[in-house]
Design a binder for this molecule. Structure first.
Ligand code: SAM
Length: 329
């Protein structure tokens, strides 16, 4: 699948639920209204859609959310998709999770074919964790991370850089990740959805963070790539890697290879734009076969925009009204 700018679309991110067991302050409002069940695609529908994308050239799928691992029986979707790795056309199946369910699910994820996971963890401080997530507890996430490691999963820790909240912690987190063999990726906060607060207060440019970290750590450009938007640095002292995702200070749209599917079957061709294609109606149309579905997908890819234009500023509305939990981070 080639988009109008010649970019090959090989990566699909699927939000399998809009629900989450946490309420991170930069991600969701405190009292969110979640979707009624009938609007959400069944796991079978999600599997069929993913299969269609694989048939069109998608090689990597990441399941996300909301919190993907709180969706009932989601492991069956992992198993079905995992069975397509290799000869089925899929090269990799991954997941982004807050880690809260990993003590129960890490072994099953590995058995399903997952080898690499991203765990979102913005702080190692229990009080800060509770404040950032509005009510979460740090311990289940840490236990989950170590359960994942024990199950054989390669873990990457993702932390959103939040001014005045976790900005003093990156040295400690980098050391902790190095000690346990995890890569660490820092992410700039993006203006997505109303969060009942001002994002200007949270925004921390990673160009600044990198300069600060370079005083303590020897960071050298790494050729490493995971097919995602992070730029990686090797950290000489730990032997690990630091990734920086900088949608605000340096967008990475020219190399964008991905599209995002919501749990209602809406396909967003760009994280930071509103244009979308409804795939649920065609999926549920008894008169439309797989060829018809493929045509709808290709028509959407043909509209993929050149890029996003995120700007954070006082009194500015979010760039897009939907929360990250809708499109899947
Ligand atoms: N619940 C899962 C998790 O916590 O990883 C998956 C979904 S969550 C929306 C995915 C990622 O998006 C998390 O790392 C989260 O920190 C990040 N995220 C959410 N809102 C964001 C925003 N406005 N800017 C940048 N990252 C955001």
């Amino acid at each position: 699948m080639l988009d109008p700018f010649g970019r090959r679309i090989s990566y699909l991110r699927v939000s399998v639920t809009d629900r989450c067991d946490l309420r991170c302050v930069y991600c969701m409002a405190e009292d969110m209204t979640f979707l009624p069940k009938k609007e959400v695609l069944s796991l079978e529908e999600l599997d069929r859609l993913c299969g269609t994308f694989i048939g069109l050239g998608v090689e990597r799928i990441r399941l996300t959310g909301g919190e993907p691992l709180v969706r009932k029986n989601v492991i069956s979707l992992f198993r079905n998709l995992g069975a397509r790795i290799g000869a089925g056309g899929l090269k990799e199946l991954t997941v982004t999770t807050n880690g809260s369910q990993l003590t129960k699910m890490a072994d099953d994820l590995y058995s399903a074919g997952v080898r690499r996971i991203n765990v979102s963890l913005d702080t190692l401080d229990p009080q800060k964790f509770a404040a950032i997530t509005r009510w979460g507890k740090l311990e289940p996430t840490l236990d989950g991370i170590f359960a994942a490691k024990a199950a054989g999963l390669k873990v990457k820790i993702n932390a959103v850089a939040l001014k005045g909240v976790n900005e003093e912690e990156y040295d400690r987190m980098l050391a902790w990740c190095g000690e346990h063999g995890f890569d660490l990726t820092l992410i700039e906060t993006m203006p997505m959805g109303d969060i009942s607060g001002d994002r200007t207060d949270q925004y921390l440019p990673l160009s600044l963070v990198r300069e600060r970290l370079a005083k303590t750590w020897t960071l050298t450009d790494s050729g490493h790539t995971t097919g995602g938007p992070a730029r990686y640095y090797d950290v000489a002292q730990t032997g690990g890697r630091l990734g920086l995702i900088t949608p605000m200070t340096h967008n990475f749209c020219e190399s964008c290879n991905r599209v995002r599917l919501t749990c209602t079957g809406t396909l967003y061709m760009c994280l930071g734009q509103d244009d979308a294609a409804d795939l649920r109606a065609p999926l549920r149309d008894p008169d439309l076969d797989d060829d018809g579905l493929r045509e709808k997908i290709l028509a959407a890819i043909a509209r993929k925009p050149k890029g996003h234009d995120f700007i954070i500023g006082r009194a500015r509305a979010p760039a897009v009204a939907r929360h990250m939990s809708v499109t899947g981070g």
